[in-house]
Every structure is written in structure tokens, then in C-alpha cells.
Design a protein around this ligand. Structure first.
Ligand code: KMH
Ligand code: ZN
Length: 274
């Protein structure tokens, strides 16, 4: 079994300081949270950025400021900027971080309910995002919130509309209105990806650590972080993303799975050199 790659989704676009005061907004806070996650064992940081007042933004300038500041503290980390942004943003807004030529970026694999909202990823939007990632030599992390998203993205890969071989999937399970976070659902997804692909599981809310444990046992990779879950355990807010990552490291150690550093993660994910 490969070593375990832990991704920290440190910020997200939806969670707020009212829900957990440690949610980062400013550049300094984002760097603090990225560093806490990397120091605890994360090889990858999935990045959203905010204005200082917490408003989610996909501004190229704000991404650049945050990425440069994170690399100063964590020079080797793999950064996966979001192209999902926040519900309601235009495709053009969302694509801005791909202009910075990151090693990887998310590519969301279909429209879905998102709590009370609809997260829109139409075929034309996905084709535009795939084209950009092909042109800019960016490896996508294919985010599937729904079972059907897998079929959609595999069809696009067959048509050459998105980068393929090897593909990296992130199965985000338990978003209200999307595929529930259960082990059978995760098994179905994992059993239907092309040979040679890699995958990560993300459990939303109280599903974060049960899904992490399943991913560790099944030989996949794990994402945790404030974007997905604010609690270390029932009723106990996490004080940092590092605390969430450290809990995954403890579970992995108990189950005998070693943790990948960023260079090892680059090998496992077949990433180009930054
Ligand atoms: N904020 C969600 C609506 C991504 O990063 O690519 C979408 C999201 C996905 O977080
Ligand atoms: Zn995200």
C-alpha cells in the first residue's frame, strides 16, 4: 500500500469565524492554518481564499498573495487552489487561480445540490475548465460530490476534454443533498475508477473521521480541514487545521499506514516538478 497522502482543506468558502473562530480569512491567518496542517503531517493544502472580512473571492491577486506567503513558510507543500470557489460565482471568476500555473487545481465534476443552493457545473463550464487545465499543464483533482459525477468525468476523459492518465479523484461525501458518506458508496466509486488512478475521500461534518478511517484502510488518501468539518470530536471545536490533521495521523498510525511527505505525494500522484 502506498503511503497516506493527507490533504488539508484549511478554509473553504462557506464556513465562518462565527462557527469556529479559528477559520482563517486574512493572508496571515491562511498561512498560519496552512503551516499548522503541514507541520502536523499534511502533504497537500487545498486552498480557497477570502477578503479580510471573510467574503470568499477567486481573485487572482489574492490567490497569488496567499500562495506566495504559504510557500515562504512551507516551501515544499503541494497547493491545490479551488476552481469551485463559492456557489453563485461565474466560471470566469472561478478560473482565475489557474492563471498562476499551480501544480494542481480542483475540477468539479457536475452540478449538484449544495445545502439550500445549487452548485453549477454544466458541461460547457467543465469543458472550459478541462481545456484550461490541458493548456496550462495543471493536474486536476476531480471532485465528485455525486455518484453520477464519476461517469460524467470519465466520459469527458475518454473524449480528451480533460487531462487523463493517471487521474486523481476526491470523493466528497455527505454534502447535504449529495451522495451520502457511507462505506458502500465509497466502495462503489473506488471500484469504478480507471486502473492506475489515485483517490482521496472527504467526509463532511460528522462523517470526516469515519470516512478518513475507511480511506486509510482501503488504501486511499484523506482530506480533512475546516472546509469540511469544524470539530475535533462531538461538541469540541478544533483549534486549528493542524489538530484535524494530527487526528488523521493518529488513526493512520494505529492502522499501520505511513504518512507521505509532499515529495512522496508528488511521486504517488505523478506530478510534474513545480
Ligand atoms: N465551495 C463549494 C461550492 C472546490 O473547491 O473545487 C465548492 C468547492 C469545490 O469547494
Ligand atoms: Zn474547496
Amino acid at each position: 500500500m502506498d503511503k497516506l497522502i493527507i490533504t488539508a482543506a484549511i478554509c473553504g468558502a462557506e464556513v465562518t469565524k462565527e462557527q469556529n473562530p479559528a477559520v482563517p480569512y486574512t493572508v496571515e491567518e491562511i498561512v498560519r492554518e496552512a503551516k499548522s496542517a503541514v507541520d502536523a503531517g499534511a502533504a497537500i493544502v487545498h486552498l480557497h481564499v477570502r477578503e479580510d472580512d471573510g467574503t470568499p473571492t477567486q481573485s487572482r491577486e489574492r490567490f497569488k498573495e496567499c500562495i506566495d506567503a504559504i510557500y515562504k513558510e512551507c516551501p515544499n507543500v503541494i497547493l491545490i487552489p479551488s476552481t469551485g470557489g463559492a456557489v453563485g460565482m461565474t466560471a470566469e471568476e472561478r478560473l482565475q487561480p489557474t492563471e498562476l500555473m499551480p501544480e494542481m487545481a480542483t475540477l468539479d465534476c457536475g452540478t449538484c445540490n449544495f445545502g439550500d443552493d445549487v452548485f453549477e457545473n454544466t458541461m460547457p463550464i467543465m469543458r472550459a475548465f478541462g481545456k484550461r487545465m490541458l493548456e496550462n499543464n495543471i493536474k486536476p483533482e476531480y471532485e465528485c460530490f455525486e455518484m453520477g459525477h464519476l461517469d460524467t468525468i470519465l466520459t469527458m476523459a475518454k473524449k480528451g476534454q480533460v487531462p487523463a492518465h493517471p487521474m486523481q479523484f476526491n470523493f466528497v461525501l455527505g454534502v447535504p443533498g449529495c451522495t451520502p458518506a457511507t462505506v458502500p458508496n465509497l466502495c462503489w466509486l473506488v471500484n469504478n475508477i480507471p486502473a492506475g488512478s489515485t483517490w482521496t475521500v472527504t467526509g463532511i461534518g460528522r462523517h470526516a473521521f469515519p470516512m478518513a478511517a475507511a480511506g486509510i484502510a482501503m488504501g486511499g488518501n484523506v482530506r480533512v480541514g475546516f472546509e469540511d468539518n469544524l470539530y475535533l470530536e462531538r461538541g469540541v471545536l478544533a483549534k486549528s487545521n493542524g489538530e484535524l490533521v494530527a487526528k488523521v495521523v493518529r488513526i493512520a498510525k494505529e492502522l499501520g499506514r505511513e504518512i507521505a511527505n509532499s515529495d512522496e505525494a508528488r511521486e504517488i500522484l505523478s506530478l510534474r516538478k513545480r
